[in-house]
Design a protein. Structure first.
Length: 550
């Protein structure tokens, strides 16, 4: 019996040795595939970086050099014509036409000769952004393939280690004469070998998916992203639908399609797309924040709050989601909780600015975006209450008066914090001692005798080229910081911003601060609603608006 047993062990060792050789081959093959995919990923990353750098450099020249030069020459030609200087107009026009030859941006289909407008977004997509997006997807695919083969190669090493232990135990069994020990070593060694073989078979059978085998899906997704960049979300949806048809498990497509549906106010479709992406593991803070927004507009506030709280807990740097959480709490009637959330977000903003100051760097642009996003969300809630209709349904607001009052106070607080952080590095302190009243606006009118008067009002006909802010004041002190912001149809135009130290004394009436000065004979203010805010040492002291009619 002992001899027969000893004869069986070498056969078992031989079989396991052959299996070990096969697993070693699989490990070597997986390692080679890992290296090959890594080289593919590196090559795609280098090409993507090069395309992005070259494309941005080229588009910067095309827009900021060629187009701006053409635009300035065209303005000069128009001004010369209006002055009756036809010869100068011809020279400017000729120069402008020469500039057009220097850039494809100034040619069809990107340039409109009738209006002088350029479709810069389409130009960027056609020249490099679409290619960069495609390379990005191919890079992600190659990197995913590399990771998969790297995991397989490393797992095969574990199998080889187990098989080596198995062979060692079988070798001991063959070299000793104690029957009980032989049985133990053979059983344990055989069991380890069986585990390694079954495990290796499962690893070998697991497929390694390469998205690059789905070129139609990548092409459709790339086209959709390009259309989104051009603000053509309707057309982008069709492209994303093509991508899903080509490859239904393409997670990035669901995220992108959800974003397009969200912007198009297709909230149920957006939520469905984002939820589908979640099932595929695409749970980024940005996507979860957008999913919460979809639930917010659907009036499903509890779902939105749960998602937003999760994002805030796991990614506290996402300031805009904190403000979104506060808005959702506020509109659902949780006024005290909303105030606490907004306070926490504002304290986080202060901490970020102070950390940047200590590191001698500048705060992230996302900080200012988040603060502005917080104001917009509150203004939207106030608009719902004022209009009595919209999305989400204002009927879902439990106590509109309390919500409106809280929203107004929070808007003021966030706006003052933004000014304080930008110019003082901290929140404004103290209370406003100055009184600003009779906040109004005036257009300079020049008489033939050289005297200047102001046409005061709140609505002006098209063609206005200058505008002044007028106000009465009391309690101001020389040296206080004055900041004036101008919002055009709700969006601040930084070129209008005025920052200065006050030097007008303690009190006065009809004080004038020029907001817009005619810098050429072709300049006029655009037809829009202009909202003007005045801050004293970071505190909102006055506001008003005027309209330039069409």
């Amino acid at each position: 019996m002992n001899e027969r047993f000893k004869g069986f062990v070498p056969i078992l060792i031989a079989i396991i040795t052959v299996v070990t050789a096969i697993v070693a081959y699989l490990q070597s093959d997986a390692s080679n595939r890992d290296d090959r995919s890594g080289r593919d990923a590196n090559s795609l990353a280098v090409e993507m970086l090069g395309q992005n750098i070259n494309g941005n450099s080229r588009s910067y020249y095309d827009y900021n050099e060629a187009f701006q030069t053409w635009f300035q020459l065209d303005v000069q030609a128009t001004a010369a014509q209006e002055r009756g200087d036809d010869a100068a107009a011809v020279r400017y026009t000729s120069a402008a036409e020469q500039i057009r030859l220097l850039s494809p941006l100034l040619q069809a289909p990107y340039f409109d000769e009738g209006t002088g407008d350029v479709d810069f977004a389409r130009y960027e997509v056609d020249t490099f952004r679409a290619r960069v997006t495609q390379l990005g997807e191919e890079y992600t695919a190659a990197a995913g393939v590399k990771d998969a083969w790297d995991t397989k190669a490393n797992t095969y090493i574990v199998h080889l280690t187990i098989l080596a232990v198995s062979l060692f135990l079988l070798g001991l069994a063959a070299s000793i004469d104690h029957p009980a020990s032989q049985v133990i070593f053979v059983v344990v060694g055989s069991a380890l070998a069986l585990v390694a073989v079954v495990w290796a078979a499962l690893v070998y059978a697991a497929p390694v998916f390469d998205l690059r085998t789905q070129p139609a899906a990548i092409e459709a997704y790339t086209r959709g992203v390009g259309l989104v960049y051009q603000n053509r979300d309707d057309e982008a949806l069709a492209a994303f639908n093509e991508a899903v048809t080509a490859y239904p498990d393409y997670a990035a497509v669901y995220v992108a399609r959800g974003g397009a549906n969200l912007r198009l106010s297709n909230y149920e479709a957006a939520a469905a797309d984002f939820e589908q992406a979640r099932t595929m593991g695409a749970e980024t803070p940005s996507m979860l924040g957008d999913l919460a927004i979809a639930y917010y507009y659907l009036g499903q506030f509890s779902k939105a709050i749960a998602l937003q709280q999760s994002v805030v807990e796991n990614s506290p740097s996402e300031l805009w989601v904190q403000f979104d959480l506060g808005a959702t709490q506020l509109i659902s009637g949780q006024v005290d909780a909303a105030r606490a959330t907004y306070e926490g977000a504002m304290q986080a903003a202060i901490a970020e600015v102070q950390a940047a100051q200590q590191a001698s760097t500048t705060p992230s642009s996302q900080l200012w975006y988040g603060l502005n996003f917080g104001v917009l969300g509150l203004e939207e809630i106030r608009g719902l209450i004022a209009n009595g209709e919209g999305t989400p349904d204002p009927a879902l607001i439990p106590d509109p008066a309390a919500v409106d009052e809280a929203a107004g106070a929070l808007i003021k607080q966030i706006k003052e914090l933004t000014v304080g952080l930008e110019y003082q590095g901290t929140a404004p302190s103290g209370s406003l001692s100055a009184t600003i009243s009779n906040f109004t606006f005036g257009v300079p009118v020049y008489a033939d005798d050289g005297t200047v008067s102001l046409e005061v009002g709140e609505a002006f006909i098209s063609g206005v080229s200058e505008m002044s802010l007028l106000f009465d004041y009391d309690g101001l002190r020389d040296g206080q910081m004055i900041v004036i912001k101008v919002y055009i149809d709700g969006d601040e135009d930084p070129s209008w911003r005025i920052v200065r130290d006050w030097d007008g004394g303690t009190s006065g009436s009809g004080y004038e601060i020029p907001l817009a000065i005619a810098y050429s004979d072709t300049f006029i203010l655009s037809s829009a609603t202009y909202t003007v805010e005045m801050y004293v040492d970071g505190l909102l002291a006055g506001s008003g608006e005027f309209v330039i009619e069409e």
